[in-house]
Design a protein around this ligand. Sequence first.
Ligand code: AR6
Length: 170
Amino acid sequence: MTGIVITLVRGDITEQSVDAIVNAANSSLLGGGGVDGAIHRAGGPAILDACRALRASHYGKGLPTGKAVATTGGELSARWVIHTVGPVWSATEDRTELLASCYRESLRVADELGVGSVAFPAISTGIYRWPIDDGARIAVETVRNAKTAVAEVRFVLFDERAYTAFANAL
Ligand code: AR6
């Protein structure tokens, strides 16, 4: 039986040699801080041009939370960037399904692109404040259970704490 191979790397997602990297974007698709800022800086202006074109066409109101869309990877080693919008953490509302949707929808877009390897950051666990242990659990469970032709999913964790959380979840 063939299954998806999940690997963990501590490092910078912009430096990964994979077919597609996932961006923890916001609905505007026009950039921001954290991993989003790093991807636009490393990939150059072609990514922002493609995002602007998406806003001018299919995504006039922006990309909804939990959805995903692809652009060129510009100057990145990855050919594609898959932009997804994670939910902001809420202590009063369970937004787990929206976070799971980010991983599922990103893999669905990856399947449309026909790619074999995808790198994810820990979506929503930075500026959007999702607790890292819970974010890691949702990420690993969702990818494990996803129906996808992607062969390798690499979680790229920026710091030791995030790496440990994903290692425990795995
Ligand atoms: N490589 C891998 N992981 C990284 C990198 C990197 N270069 N940089 C940060 N991280 P965040 P969010 C980790 O804040 O919480 C932006 O402004 C970081 O340590 O990038 O989904 C967007 O435009 C954390 O574990 O994304 C949105 O407005 C994880 O990536 C908003 O932030 C996600 O942190 C999205 O917030």
